[in-house]
Design a protein around this ligand. Structure first.
Ligand SMILES: [Zn+2]
Length: 422
């Protein structure tokens, strides 16, 4: 799991001639527009309209974009100025200021124009261009008062023989594709290239489409990962009930050559995972299972992010007992125990206030505390609680404790709160 530096949200893939899945959701997407990939000019240019509801009063909105984007132009009724403020962590912040403070609950529609050299997103080893949340798209942690988003863009390219992988449902068009993503962030992640090979299958219990995309040279790895996705989904489905997070688009895994992409191990959107190509295909199963587990554990408030990550991680440890062996699962937990000394309580922990310890808090301490609860409750009651929580999708720790109180007898919720406070 730790090879993956980022665990966020959304998405699927398809090559040019492949299929259109029928998706009936929000008629008006929260994000819509066009992305032009212009090989002659060497640019990626996006015009996007963002429609959303403000969560809190704010007189500005910040977009966090790849530094290759020199300028963001924003248009809306209340838009005043836009400035490129600073570069933090390799990303540039563009601030759109409004003529007056927007009120909580106020709806806004805003159109942005931005562009960057294609070379910014392309690397010579993988041969494809990747665009993702942290690079090109939408404000991260915007004060937005909604939690499910539909994003639809037309991707237009002037280069023949290109294929597209992306976070969501993809429809081939004469000059490109339409890509529709659903997720907990207003986001689209995609990869475009002429050398993307595709291996597909279906989940056994749900029939959900499964796709792995990689360089043609990576066929052995690609097929191994496809098998692991199918196996892991089968175990998770029987543990938690069928996944809902990616019902429309299925699951797509994009493999990129190891060492590529500016030191990032990989990232994850709803049903769309980007992972490095690894020589040892056995090393995928724990990653893949963790990422798939986000099909159930997703959407917690940022301050309660431990819910999504620790539940996904502990669920994947439980699944590993079947996928690998009880000993493999035990050794994952033993490794976690070695990393938790001196950590503060999970209750009240704010990952933004202390980012340094976030991986150990979310991936090590949280699962260990869930294991403690599991030991107190026993298998049957714990699994009943997990399934109930997966249906409810608690967004806060209190909401999880409420599920625990409702689904079990005894004082489990009180005891678990005390465990979380340690
Ligand atoms: Zn995760």
């Amino acid at each position: 799991m730790r090879l993956l530096s980022i665990c966020v949200t959304a998405a699927t893939l398809l090559g040019m001639p492949l299929a259109a899945q029928v998706v009936a959701k929000e008629p008006t997407p929260d994000v819509s527009g066009t992305l032009h990939l212009d090989s002659r000019a060497g640019t990626a240019s996006a015009v996007l309209t963002h429609r959303f509801t403000m969560d809190s009063a704010s007189s500005e909105l910040r977009f966090v974009l790849n530094p290759g984007v020199r300028e963001l132009r924003a248009e809306c009724d209340l838009c005043a100025t836009t400035t490129r403020d600073s570069v933090v962590g390799g990303l540039a912040i563009h601030t759109v200021r409004f003529r007056r403070a927007l009120r909580p609950g106020e709806r806004i529609a805003l159109t942005t124009h931005h562009s960057a050299p294609l070379a910014t997103f392309r690397d010579s080893v993988s041969g494809f261009t990747e665009l993702a949340l942290d690079d090109f798209w939408f404000p991260v942690r915007a004060p937005i008062g909604q939690h499910r988003f539909t994003s639809t863009i037309r991707v237009v390219t002037d280069t023949a023989g290109m294929r597209l992988a992306g976070s969501g449902t993809i429809r081939a068009m004469p000059d490109g594709w339409t890509l529709t993503s659903y997720g907990t962030a207003p986001d689209i992640a995609l990869a475009v290239g002429s050398r993307l090979a595709t291996w597909t299958g279906r989940a056994r219990r749900t029939g959900m489409p499964l796709t792995v995309v990689a360089r043609p040279e990576a066929e052995v790895v690609g097929r191994a990962v496809l098998g692991q996705v199918g196996a892991a989904l089968g175990v998770l489905d029987s543990l938690l009930g069928p996944a809902r997070a990616w019902d429309a688009a299925g699951v797509t895994v994009l493999l990129r050559p190891a060492g590529v992409a500016r030191g990032r191990g990989g990232y994850s959107r709803t049903g769309y995972f980007v992972l490095p190509e690894l020589a040892d295909t056995n090393s995928y199963i724990a990653h893949v299972t963790h990422e798939l587990a986000h099909g159930w554990w997703l959407g917690a408030e940022r301050r309660h992010a431990w819910l999504d990550e620790s539940l996904a991680e502990y669920t994947s440890v439980l699944a590993m007992r079947t996928l690998r062996s009880p000993a493999a699962a035990d050794s994952m937990m033993a490794e976690k125990r070695r990393r938790v000394d001196g950590l503060p309580p999970l209750l009240g922990y704010d990952r933004d206030a202390d980012r340094r310890i976030a991986p150990r808090m979310l991936y090590d301490k949280g699962p260990l505390l869930l294991a403690e609860l599991h030991a107190i409750m026993g298998d049957e009651a714990f699994v009943r609680f997990l399934r109930a929580a997966a249906r409810v999708r608690p967004r806060t720790t209190d909401a999880l404790l409420a599920v625990l109180a409702e689904t079990t007898y005894g004082d489990h919720a009180t005891r678990f709160r005390a465990i979380l406070a340690r």
